[in-house]
Structures are given as C-alpha cells and as structure tokens.
Design a protein around this ligand. Structure first.
Ligand SMILES: Nc1nc2c(ncn2[C@@H]2O[C@H](COP(=O)(O)OP(=O)(O)OP(=O)(O)O)[C@@H](O)[C@H]2O)c(=O)[nH]1
Ligand SMILES: [Mg+2]
Length: 235
C-alpha cells in the first residue's frame, strides 16, 4: 500500500501467486475482459513464446472515492516456473494481499504444497510477516478429471483460516468471487495499518462497490449485490 496524502492517492497491491500453469494469468485476463474500459488500464503481460509468464502480468483498476481520493488497485501475477523464483520474490514485495491459485487435481497436491511453502519463504525474505499478509486460496481447474471433491474443499475450509474458492477460470467461474475475497482481505489489512475509514473516509463497502460496480458480474455470485439493471448504468 502506498498512501500519498499530498496527492490524495492510494495504491493497493494484490498478487496472484501459485505453481506454473495453475491459471494466474487466466484470472487476470478474465478480470480484464469483464472490467469497463473507463476504469482499467491495459493488461500488461510479459510472456515467453509458449504463453508462460516471464516476469509478471499487471492489470491496474482505478476509481475516485466520494471524498476525492484517487485509488489505484494493481493486480499482479508472478511467473510460476520454478526457475523464476527471484522474480516471484520481487513481484511479491509490498503485497497487501495474495490470491493463491492452486490446481485442484490430486496430482497437483505436492506442487501446491511446495509453492505454498515458497510463498511463505518469499514473504519472509521480503520482510513481510506471513501472519500479517492475508491470503485467499482458489482451487482452479475444477472442470478437469480427478480433482478434489467439493466435500474435501469444505474440509479444508473448516481446517484453515483462509477463504477457499473453487474455480474454473477459463469459463470465468470463481474468478470474480476470488477477486472479491482478496480485495476485501486487502482492505481489512490496510484498514488495520492505516485506518482508511477514519483518515481518508474510505470504508470497506465503498472500496468494494467502487470496483465491482465497474465489473460485469453477470452469472457470478456477486451479481445480486453488484449486478447492473437491464439497460441501466452501473450502480
Ligand atoms: N481446463 C482448464 N484449463 C485452465 C483453467 N484455467 C486455466 N487453464 C489453462 O491452463 C493453462 C495455463 O494457464 P495460465 O493462466 O497461463 O497459467 P499461469 O498460472 O499464469 O502459468 P505461469 O505463467 O507459467 O505461472 C492455459 O492453457 C489455460 O487456458 C481451468 O479452469 N480449466
Ligand atoms: Mg502466467
């Protein structure tokens, strides 16, 4: 988080982390496609010829608060390939919250665990206290065979402290729900550190609705709260 009172600007950083090919870039592409052009920058991707993230992807989303602060939400992905650990660590610097994108297949369990450890190692290397940086977990690729059953996700939900969201990112399922959870977690973490409600009159509800009013939530669990009325403007 960067809070610049002189320029009345708040910058929020969210990082999508996880093993190679788990679907981090796909999440950002879907968010980009669903966000109104007026409030987003272009999706910056730096990829190899075979579509693997080389450095990071970045999608910025902007809005102005009722109290006149400019808010910039920066969504980053890390490169999942093992060799790019140094880049992962750099991209993770200063993260306000992390979306950990896991592959739901049973065969991916060991890799998920190893990247979960790697996330915590890199947080510590960056001087981030893992207990202070909220993480939400997305179990992606639930369309593929041999994935963890819903009951198993439910078990993990009961055991762990992190929110868990099932997803099929290529179909857009669970992507905005994950974004919602990670932004809410980021807000709460910033609120605890910087008292945004008191200091810049930005409450959690306004933060979330400024973002989601500008995203097409049709067909998602967020539609009821943030969906657009037929033919009408974003609420
Ligand atoms: N079947 C299926 N494939 C998916 C899903 N989400 C993503 N993919 C595919 O998985 C492959 C990898 O997706 P990416 O989003 O590029 O993965 P990544 O995590 O960014 O990978 P790195 O950049 O190498 O770390 C692509 O071919 C996607 O189309 C999903 O929900 N189901
Ligand atoms: Mg990628």
């Amino acid at each position: 988080m960067q809070l610049n009172h002189a320029q009345r600007e708040l910058t929020v950083k969210v990082v999508y982390y996880g093993p190679g090919l788990s679907g981090k870039t796909t999440n950002l592409q879907l968010i980009h496609a669903r966000t109104l052009t007026e409030v987003r920058g272009r999706l910056l991707t730096v990829e190899t010829h075979d579509d693997r993230t080389l450095f990071f992807d970045l999608l910025p989303v902007f809005f102005n608060t009722a109290a006149g602060f400019k808010v910039k939400v920066k969504l980053f992905t890390v490169p999942g390939q093992v060799i790019h650990n140094a880049t992962r660590r750099i991209v993770l610097q200063g993260a306000d919250a992390v979306a950990f994108i896991a592959d739901s297949r049973r065969s991916a369990g060991a890799e998920n665990n190893s990247y979960w450890k790697n996330l915590h190692e890199n947080m510590r290397e960056n001087g981030l206290d893992p207990a202070q940086v909220p993480v939400v977990i997305q179990f992606n690729k639930r369309d593929l065979p041999d994935t963890k059953a819903d009951a198993e996700l439910e078990e993990s939900r009961k055991r762990g402290a992190e929110p868990i969201i099932g997803a099929v990112a290529i179909r857009g399922e669970g992507v905005l729900e994950t974004l919602y959870e990670v932004l809410r977690a980021a807000y709460r973490s910033m609120e605890a550190r910087a008292h945004l409600a008191k200091n810049i009159q930005l409450g959690e509800q306004e933060f979330l609705s400024q973002v989601f009013a500008n995203i097409d939530t049709t067909g998602t669990q967020l539609e009821k709260a943030y969906g657009r009325k037929a033919g009408g403007a974003a609420r």
